[in-house]
Design a protein around this ligand. Structure first.
Ligand SMILES: Cc1cc2nc3c(=O)[nH]c(=O)nc-3n(C[C@H](O)[C@H](O)[C@H](O)COP(=O)(O)O)c2cc1C
Length: 200
């Protein structure tokens, strides 16, 4: 598998992009799926899967969600997150940690407009993370909104958009037999990265 080996002088974003491309080419199912961990202001953690949807111009990984969801509310009160990619068949793992901020409304508009129409309708009607009476009711709301809109574009709901994580640290993990894994950590220091090899 042609994975780039981490080096002290590597730029972690470029290294990630090389690994991500190699994971995609190797046939990993949804290499863009990542676990997103957040914590409430008093330190209660929660974690769920989201999809990596590109990077900001600054190179910060992005995902899109409902700002009023559990994760959204948690991030509004404690805007820090950890991301985890696990490409199991390849024994590769990548961790990213750092502060989180909303992407610009224009960036959320652009990504929303690129989504399939059914996903747009679903995002518009779903009160993500809140109790609902039934799945059928949600589907009826999708149908009702579709009928009301006709051929008009689905407006991006104000409560739906992107977040970007500004990496303060990256860890690139390569699994080996006997738990003798390789762990390469990059920690931001000003405009540069400190590099460390960590014990497995
Ligand atoms: C593979 C996978 C990808 C997902 N991608 C997203 C996503 O990009 N955005 C999102 O809001 N939810 C996504 N979900 C659903 C979330 O895992 C979660 O159920 C939802 O966002 C509500 O989480 P919360 O209640 O913690 O806010 C995904 C789930 C899976 C299994």
């Amino acid at each position: 598998m042609p994975f780039t080996q981490p080096q002290p002088q590597s730029e972690p974003l470029a290294l990630f992009e090389a690994w991500f491309q190699a994971a995609g080419e190797s046939g990993v199912t949804m290499p863009e799926a990542m676990a997103l961990a957040t914590a409430t202001a008093d330190g209660r953690p929660s974690v769920r899967m989201v999809l990596l949807k590109g990077f900001t111009a600054e190179g910060h990984p992005r995902f899109f969600t409902n700002y009023e969801s559990r994760k959204g509310q948690t991030l509004e009160h404690n805007p820090r997150a950890a991301l985890l990619f696990w490409w199991g068949d390849l024994a590769r793992q990548v961790r990213i940690e750092g502060p989180v901020r909303r992407v610009s409304p224009a960036a959320s508009d652009a990504y929303f407009a690129s989504r399939p129409r059914l996903s747009q309708l679903g995002a518009a009607v779903s009160p993500q993370s809140r109790p609902i009476a039934g799945h059928d009711g949600l589907l009826r709301q999708v149908d009702a909104l579709a009928a009301a809109l006709g051929d008009a574009p689905v407006p991006r709901p104000a409560h739906w958009g992107g977040y970007a994580v500004e990496p303060e640290s990256w860890e690139f993990w390569i699994g080996h037999d006997g738990r003798l894994h390789e762990r390469y950590q990059y920690t931001r220091r000003g405009d540069a990265w400190d590099f460390a090899l960590l014990a497995p």
